[in-house]
Design a protein around this ligand. Structure first.
Ligand code: BGC
Length: 355
């Protein structure tokens, strides 16, 4: 299968331009028609970033002249597999995938690749298969480092001298980003646990102990409720590592309901409700990874494939268990009350929230 996939790849140099093939609007050698169908399979629409991706892929692909087929899988692996199969049948030339589960798409993506379809991971890595041509994302390890650092900065800024009582939350275990976010944060936080600056009241410091099934905010809130009643009935909790904004707000709500002073909480996605919360001084930080830029970068790669030029130069390669995958990286940005107006200076809809 891998050999077939490799043969189908266009050579990186010496390709003919479309005008040299047969003139009329035919696909360039190694490329495909400029109005081709492009499939986009998103994992769910449960957080703002995925809703934005749904909108931006539809509008930006249309603007670029392609025919978009954009669907979301409601966090269900079989639904995502069926949607991808249907996109192959509908003649998609590229399928962009944000996997529900990074490891469960090998078979369907190998079928797609053998049919000559390019496969691009979007935001999340696609694991354990050779059937992926590249992945476009904000570095997930880097994102975690920024989350860990923002928690430390917030503690110093808002909670006086340490030691600080903290707890950890991570995202959905099927999402390959979730362990990477957590590991990235731990590279910053573990030394501070070791030197006594941070104290984890529950002792829960393993990814498997702190993960939140399906990124479900209500599950995170229930876990926070029991952490607070179990370990913090007689003391203050100072900070919580949160993997995204939805979970951050669940943690804050739980803390307020337990009569705690709001702990310093990190986040991710720059969701509207968290922008407001940060502006009001409640949630401490988020990490922005602007969806419009990530979609635009994905389309730049699709256009390169369409023209027959193959993939552009990647930022790095990451081993997915089966191959070294080309990764195209954008930079995530920490957002706090101090820089929020500056970060969103060119984002009118978010700027509007700061009134
Ligand atoms: C994305 C986050 C999102 C989370 C839950 C992750 O893979 O990177 O932006 O909050 O999924 O939807």
């Amino acid at each position: 299968m891998a050999a077939a996939a490799r043969q189908r790849r266009p050579p990186r140099a010496g390709r003919r331009r479309s005008s040299e093939t047969d003139g009329g609007g035919a696909a360039p050698a190694g490329g495909f028609d400029a109005d081709a169908a492009i499939g986009v399979s998103l994992p769910w629409l449960g957080t703002q970033n995925w809703k934005e991706a749904d909108e931006f892929f539809k509008s930006q692909l249309t603007e670029a002249g392609f025919s978009p087929i954009v669907q979301a899988a409601d966090n269900k692996v079989p639904q995502q597999q069926q949607q991808i199969e249907a996109m192959v049948e509908q003649g998609a030339k590229v399928i962009v995938v944000g996997p529900v589960d990074g490891t469960q798409l090998g078979t369907v993506l190998e079928t797609a690749q053998n049919a000559g379809v390019y496969v691009l991971g979007y935001d999340r890595l696609i694991e354990n298969t050779t059937a992926v041509d590249g992945v476009v994302q904000f570095g997930s390890f880097r994102t975690g480092e920024l989350q860990g650092q923002s928690l430390l900065d917030g503690l110093a800024e808002r909670k006086g001298e340490g030691p600080y009582n903290i707890e950890f939350f991570a995202g959905g275990p099927a999402d390959p980003n979730a362990p990477n976010f957590f590991e990235g944060a731990m590279t910053v936080l573990q030394p501070k646990i070791d030197d006594g600056t941070l104290v984890v009241g529950s002792g829960q410091t393993e990814f498997t102990q702190v993960a939140t099934q399906d990124w479900d905010n209500s599950k995170a809130q229930a876990r926070m409720d029991s952490l607070l009643s179990g370990f913090y009935s007689d003391k203050q909790i100072d900070g919580v590592l949160s993997p995204n904004d939805g979970i951050a707000r669940a943690i804050i709500t739980s803390s307020q309901q337990a009569g705690q002073e709001v702990p310093v909480v990190s986040g991710l996605d720059a969701e509207n409700e968290s922008i407001v919360s940060i502006w009001e001084g409640t949630q401490y930080a988020t990490v922005a990874k602007p969806t419009d830029a990530l979609v635009a970068e994905t389309i730049r790669i699709i256009q390169s494939l369409q023209s027959g030029a193959g993939l552009p130069e990647p930022s790095e390669q990451v081993n997915n268990g089966k191959k070294d995958v080309d990764i195209f990286l954008l930079d995530p940005i920490v957002v706090t009350k101090a820089n929020i107006e500056e970060v969103f200076a060119n984002d009118p809809s978010r700027l509007e929230l700061l009134k």
